[in-house]
Design a protein around this ligand. Structure first.
Ligand code: HEM
Length: 394
């Protein structure tokens, strides 16, 4: 294969100094070429929209089976049933629950998501100044995932901390302590969580029947399939909801437009996902030499696809740093990934976010930051530990 050598950059997008604003370093990675090699980490990074899409879509060349996290399955000894498998195992596992995530099935959850959302937003508005994270964006995903799975965790703090450990574990700063917390979560689920599940819930379908196809192996595979859905839906949506408030605090005219015309909410959700995407990256490994944009990536290489960088690529999205809730192609973002691993929970996250913005739009005229937002020092997901905001009503 003849191709240009890769650009080698002395850049590290994972440093904590890029936590608040990683977009300048993402721009440098995009500008440097279709594929960039980070020599210190021996990592092949794609940051352009086209390159990221190629890596996600060519799933036979860029495989997940060796691990979709920073650390390979062989090194961590941990394989998540959905994201760390390739066909046919991935297809079998995904089909076992796929129809439960169809839009029509998720739509049935709406009244049960709306009621607590309205209640919590009402209480936050009555307070005036709140930390949006503890008041709203942490509890709401927990409530939705309880309804989806049938699992009632000990409390919101515990499930939030367990889910945060999952996000550390898949990222570049994995530490044995995170693995311990994740094992604690799965241990709690096995020993206490399953017993408390109501009849006819997704959790029982998986554990007792092996999913709709009855294809999930009894024991660990069923438990880990359920645990993956349970834990993947918490921090991810927390990030989306908090990112939305943060975004609208910076673009008050966009919030005014949402208030004037709430039918814009679904597209506004897509635009927030594009403008500040929850997951920073996912990983793939090459099974053979592959060329992208004239650069050859060797076989068995670690490839890192930076999703928020792709979503701010000016070659794909006009004026990408502006939050434009009427953007016609906002939904083309890759915040939910693409192809066979496209987020199965996307309809759940979209529903939660639409209900959240709907409840806020009917009550809140503006979001004013009343303190410095604090980002969670997590190099995998872009969320906040604190987002103090005044919810202005008058
Ligand atoms: C805003 C919220 C969310 C975002 C941004 C998000 C993002 C993603 C991304 C980027 C992937 C692809 C990973 C890869 O390609 O390796 C993914 C997969 C997945 N997500 Fe989400 N997610 C969100 C919410 C949820 C929710 C609410 C659930 C569960 C209820 C969920 C469950 C999953 C599962 C099980 C997979 C693996 C799918 C597969 O490999 O086939 N996610 N998500």
């Amino acid at each position: 294969m003849t191709a240009s050598p890769p650009v080698d950059l002395p850049l590290d997008p994972f440093l904590l100094e890029h936590l608040d604003d990683p977009y300048p370093v993402y721009e440098r990675l995009r500008d440097a070429g279709p594929v960039v090699h980070l020599a210190d980490r021996d990592l092949w990074v794609v940051a352009r929209y086209d390159s990221v899409s190629t890596v996600l879509r060519k799933y036979r060349q860029f495989v997940s089976g060796r691990g979709s996290s920073y650390v390979r399955v062989a090194a961590s000894g941990f394989r998540a049933p959905f994201i760390d498998n390739d066909p046919p195992a991935h297809t079998r596992i995904r089909r076992s629950v796929q129809q439960r995530f169809a839009r029509s099935a998720i739509e049935e959850m709406r009244p049960d998501v709306r009621e607590p959302t309205e209640r919590l937003v009402e209480a936050a508005v009555a307070q005036g100044e709140v930390d949006v994270v503890t008041a709203l964006t942490q509890p709401l995903p927990d409530l939705a995932i309880r309804r989806l799975t049938g699992i009632t965790p000990p409390n919101t703090e515990t499930i939030t901390s367990w889910a945060d450990s999952v996000m550390h574990m898949v990222g570049p700063d994995a530490d044995p302590v995170h693995m311990e917390r994740v094992l604690e979560a799965v241990g709690w689920l096995a020993e206490q969580g399953l017993a408390g599940m109501p009849a006819h819930c997704l959790g029982r379908l998986i554990m007792e029947q092996g999913g709709d196809t009855a294809d999930l192996e009894d024991g660990e595979e069923r438990l880990m399939t359920l645990a993956s859905i349970w834990l993947a839906g918490i921090d991810s949506t927390n990030s989306l909801l908090a990112n939305a408030v943060h975004a609208f605090a910076h673009f008050p005219e966009a919030w005014e437009a949402v208030r004037d015309d709430p039918t814009l909410i679904p597209n506004a959700v897509e635009e927030v996902l594009r403008w500040d995407s929850p997951f920073r990256q996912f990983f793939r490994r090459t099974v053979e030499e592959v060329e992208i944009g004239g650069v050859v990536i060797p076989a068995d290489a670690d490839v890192c696809a930076i999703l928020p960088a792709a979503n701010r690529d000016p070659a794909r999205f006009a004026d990408p740093d502006t939050l434009d809730i009427a953007r016609p192609d906002a939904r083309q973002h890759v915040a939910f990934g693409a192809s066979i691993h496209l987020c199965i929970g996307a309809p759940v996250a979209r529903l939660e976010a639409a209900e959240f913005l709907g409840a806020l739009a009917s009550r809140v005229r503006a979001f004013e930051l009343v303190g410095t937002p604090v980002r969670n020092p997590n190099r995998e997901i872009r969320n906040f530990t604190s987002l103090p905001v005044r919810l202005v009503t008058a």
